[in-house]
Design a binder for this molecule. Structure first.
Ligand code: ATP
Ligand code: MG
Length: 377
């Protein structure tokens, strides 16, 4: 039986892949005694938007540079649609690239810049003009083809770089901090544009950024790097709601991390955890029975309603910060003295608590996670 027989023509179009499947197997990079990338194996699906985040020096650019071919790995293989490309020189890999410092050619017009990769590939003049026009339209810069890069804004220049990277329909687009030089509003606008553009092209994207919010907003999946290692990989929601350790929990968004001295498993994937310094809570034993308890600020209930949660504490408000319709409280728990942070939306009629005020704090046991890592106390 033909398994595709019941697919409508529309489904067939969706099932047809355009981007490249990228597979890394044991890829490593050392510079003498410095290990920039530890053995890394990873599969990025065709058409996927894959983001890599992590602190400075964690190996993000190294992984991207190895993929681009600028950096020769010390060991390992990279397969694109099943074919190993480690021995293929960078200019023959046919990947689109947008790097923060991968500047436009200042002496060329916008159209010449975008057409440059086509010229290098010997594309005929009329076809070149057509494809450049299409690329200009895609990044909404129609009519600006005759300008020089110096006559464009930062965001417009970045769009030209994007058009130049995409003009020859690459299967894989590599971006390293492409929006790093732009201000916040422009960054957010460009994030949306890059995302739209990637969907329209169906291209696979590997996107490196410092900015965890940017990564979470754009990526299908993201990886968090630390010390040359992919610490955890998952959807933005998986990583936020189910971090495996305190590094991931702290890197992505805000979290209260409390030290746990002892934990005993319960039925149903839960555990009872004794907090260092006193008090006990029930929590999700997500990665076995870890040494730290992680609670996201939006999961913490403050005030009389806290009495109805699974883990209730008396506490004192230490700090209340209002910003743009939401309030953040820093609360010190009685007994153990641990601090938790709560955040929620406010309305104009809501009376906020003040520092020094006594209150109740609590959270549901499904909202506390026992994770790995020893928090500072
Ligand atoms: N050519 C080199 N020689 C020696 N060490 C290097 C070289 N290039 C990178 N490194 C080291 O490898 C590690 C990873 O560097 P990499 O550039 O991949 O970090 P990154 O995550 O991109 O950081 P950033 O966010 O600052 O761009 C760092 O410790 C860096 O100092
Ligand atoms: Mg870098």
């Amino acid at each position: 039986m033909n398994v595709h027989a019941d697919l409508t023509p529309d489904h067939k179009v969706i099932a047809e892949k355009r981007g490249a499947l990228v597979e890394f197997g044991g890829v490593t990079k050392s510079y003498g005694p410095v290990t920039a990338l530890r053995p890394t194996s990873l599969r990025i699906e065709a058409g996927e938007f894959f983001a890599i985040i992590g602190p400075s020096g964690s190996g993000k650019s190294t992984l991207l540079g190895i993929t681009a071919g600028f950096i020769v790995p010390s060991a390992g293989m990279i397969r694109i649609d099943g074919a190993d490309i480690v021995a293929v020189p960078p200019y023959s890999r046919n990947f689109g690239m947008v790097f923060q410092n991968y500047a436009l050619f200042p002496h060329m017009t916008v159209a010449e810049n975008i057409g440059f990769p086509l010229r290098m590939r010997g594309v005929a003049k009329t076809e070149k003009a057509e494809r450049v026009a299409r690329a200009l339209a895609m990044v909404r810069l129609e009519g600006l083809g005759d300008r020089r890069p110096s006559e464009l804004s930062g965001g417009q220049q970045q769009r030209v770089a994007l058009a130049r990277a995409a003009v020859y329909d690459p299967l894989l687009l590599l971006m390293d901090e492409p929006l790093g030089a732009l201000d916040k509003n422009l960054r957010e606008e460009m994030q949306e544009e890059i995302k739209k553009f990637q969907k329209a092209l169906g291209v696979t994207v590997i996107y490196v950024t410092h900015d965890q919010q940017e990564a979470a907003a754009m990526a299908d999946r993201l990886a968090i790097m630390r010390n040359g290692r992919l610490e955890q990989i998952g959807s933005p929601r998986q990583l936020y709601e189910r971090p495996q350790n305190i590094f991931v929990a702290g890197f992505l968004g805000e979290a209260s991390i409390l030290p746990v001295s002892k934990a005993t498993p319960l039925a149903g994937g839960f555990a009872v955890a004794e907090l260092a310094g006193g008090g006990s809570v029930e929590a999700v034993a997500s990665t076995g029975v870890g040494e730290a308890l992680c609670i996201r600020p939006e999961c913490i209930v403050v005030g009389p309603e806290a009495e109805h949660t699974d883990n209730v504490f008396a506490a004192q408000v230490e700090e209340a910060v209002y910003a743009n319709g939401s309030v953040r409280y820093r609360l010190r728990l009685d007994g153990s003295g641990h601090v938790v942070n709560a955040r929620f939306s406010t309305r104009p009629d809501l009376v906020l608590m003040q520092p020094g005020q006594r209150t109740k704090v609590g959270w549901a046991r499904r909202d506390g996670l026992l994770i790995e890592g020893r928090p500072e106390t």
